[in-house]
Design a protein around this ligand. Structure first.
Ligand code: CA
Length: 237
């Protein structure tokens, strides 16, 4: 049975979700605060298959919780609940390490579909690690290997686990390697954002990827900024 952790302080909403997700066959745990989530995941080492994480929480907010989980090496797929009318929250969420998002208020069937999507990608990953899938697909450039199936970047002896969204961005950049990609185009094709989003917010995300990809993140060679346009990924500079 798949286990879901709901982090939400609006208890009527949290309990409504619990009721409906249990009816779908999930095992549901609810916590009202970010501190509660960190305690369950990092201290008590409870395991979950998906986290539904609200942004607006008392104490630590969802962005902080997300960032602390990823920093601690906790990569459970996470769906963030953001407020409508704050498109930049979506990018902040992805920059913190979220895998998907939904704006409040949302329709329950949409939430359930998104949770299924995260579980499917996770199951596919687990199956490929167990050796039941074709050989791992990788993109190798220099001393770096992007491993799509293991969901990681290997740089010499270092391994950087990647979130699903980081993988999507890197896959997009690899598919468009050696070409200029516009920020707006990336927002549309990778994040599915068609709103009038401040495209500069994507830059925070790129800064994070550079920390993994670049020998000197301050002087990027692979993930170059194209002034006035966006970015260009150059595997062999
Ligand atoms: Ca809330």
């Amino acid at each position: 049975m798949n286990r879901i952790l709901i982090v939400e302080d609006e208890l009527h909403l949290a309990e409504g979700l619990r009721f409906n997700l249990e009816a779908e066959g999930y095992e549901v745990t609810v916590t009202e605060s970010g501190e509660g989530a960190l305690d369950l995941l990092l201290e008590k080492r409870r395991t979950f298959d998906v986290i539904v994480l609200d942004v607006m929480l008392p104490g630590k907010d969802g962005f902080t919780v997300m960032a602390e989980l990823r920093q601690a090496g906790q990569y459970v797929p996470t769906l963030m609940l953001t407020a409508r009318g704050h498109p930049d929250d979506v990018l902040r969420g992805f920059a913190a390490g979220a895998d998907d998002y939904l704006t409040k208020p949302f329709e329950l069937p949409i939430l359930i579909a998104r949770i299924r999507g995260l579980l499917r990608r996770r199951e596919w990953l687990v199956a490929s690690l167990a050796g039941s899938a074709p050989p791992p697909s990788q993109f190798v450039f220099g001393d770096k290997t992007l491993d799509w199936e293991r969901q990681e970047l290997r740089v010499r002896n270092e391994v950087f686990p990647l979130t699903l969204m980081e993988m999507n961005v890197l896959r997009y950049l690899v598919e468009h390697r050696d070409k200029n990609v516009a920020r707006k185009k990336m927002l549309e094709e990778v994040w599915g954002l068609h709103e009038d989003t401040d495209t500069r917010a994507i830059d925070n995300f790129i800064v994070r990827l550079r920390k993994y990809l670049e020998d000197d993140p301050a002087k990027p060679r692979h993930l170059q900024t194209v002034r006035g346009v966006g970015y260009r990924f150059v595997p062999f500079p």
